[in-house]
Ligand binder design. Structure first.
Ligand code: PLP
Length: 306
């Protein structure tokens, strides 16, 4: 069984199955209305990082959408740990999802009539930017063909699958032969990108956007690291012009950590290499990742870790 799960496992209705066998009904509102929320927690070296923070954010997202799968935080945590343990994966990208589900009354258009359901899945660790590119620094564009969906329409603090804007921006990035795209809001203020938050460093000040963004757990970690490094932090609206004048730029994501961006449009940062402050933050991030303070170890069948 463990071998069948090593490419990916899913937790569906209390049973752990190979990810290739996991499915949801085609009439689930998660698919037909994008009425769904999710979260993703990283596992490295056989332990979750900041698991409580991810589960807290997931429950806040569910509450914001009035989704209730009738599970406690402890039950969700147990489901995730059991699933990853069964898969034997020590480096994993672990998704927890709650969908509106299918109406209990056929044909109902009332979301209160749906049976909400929780499921989870895990696959080998995913990188938002390929590691070989991270080493030399990634390139990006500020997307021109699309802006970030208005946060008055879809709250970006609620982790969601409304990726129409991101997908369009990724197509634009690929057409322009760069790795990824950063989206602005309708007023030209920088927001975030497909799967990551963004930061700019100017002198000893770290800047990140205040609105139109997910409250990333990696972003939270970066802000804590900045305090340790005695950087001044400013969380506020940042215009594209100000952003492009920064000394260094990096992105943050649970799918890869701290990733330097060496070029955006024609602007090259830090001489085209990872800047010193970004390097320090990157280093401390992975140190913290290994710290017992933040780790929830997984007990595998063959593991020595308690
Ligand atoms: N913004 C968006 C839209 C994301 O999807 C993600 C992560 O998937 C992030 C930011 C980064 O959040 P975190 O650091 O919690 O992974």
């Amino acid at each position: 069984m463990q071998q069948a799960l090593s490419a990916g496992a899913a937790w569906m209705n209390g049973t752990i199955i190979p990810i290739s066998e996991a499915s949801i009904p085609v009439t689930d509102w998660g698919l037909t209305h994008s009425d769904i929320t999710y979260d993703v927690a990283p596992v490295r070296d056989g332990a979750f990082f900041r698991l409580n923070d991810y589960i807290d954010r997931f429950f806040a997202s569910m509450a914001a959408l009035q989704l209730n799968p009738d599970m406690t935080k402890q039950q969700v945590q147990d489901a995730l740990i059991d699933m990853v343990a069964a898969s034997a994966m020590r480096e994993s990208y672990v998704a927890m999802v709650c969908s509106r589900g299918v109406p209990k009354i056929a044909g109902s258009r009332d979301p209160r009539d749906c049976r909400n359901h929780f499921y989870a899945w895990c696959v080998p660790y995913v990188h938002v930017i390929k590691p070989e590119i991270v080493a030399s620094g990634a390139t990006a564009i500020i997307a021109e063909g699309v802006t970030r969906i208005a946060d008055s329409s879809i709250n970006p603090m609620v982790k969601n699958y409304h990726w129409g804007d991101f997908t369009k921006a990724i197509f634009e990035a690929k057409e322009k032969h760069v790795e990824t795209a950063i989206l602005t809001d309708a007023n030209g203020f920088v927001t975030e990108g497909p799967g990551f938050n963004i930061f700019a460093i100017t002198g000893k000040t770290l800047l990140t956007s205040t609105h139109g963004v997910l409250a990333g757990i990696t972003r939270k970690t970066v802000l804590e690291i900045a305090e340790k490094l005695q950087l001044k932090t400013e969380i506020r609206a940042i215009s594209t012009a100000e952003f492009l004048k920064a000394d260094e730029v990096f992105i943050s994501s649970s799918a890869g950590g701290i990733i330097p961006i060496v070029q955006i449009n024609d602007r090259v940062f830090a001489g085209g290499v990872c800047g010193k402050t970004t390097k320090d933050i990157h280093h401390i991030y992975w140190q913290w990742f290994a710290s017992p303070k933040f780790r929830t170890p997984i007990t595998y069948a063959t593991s020595n870790e308690a």
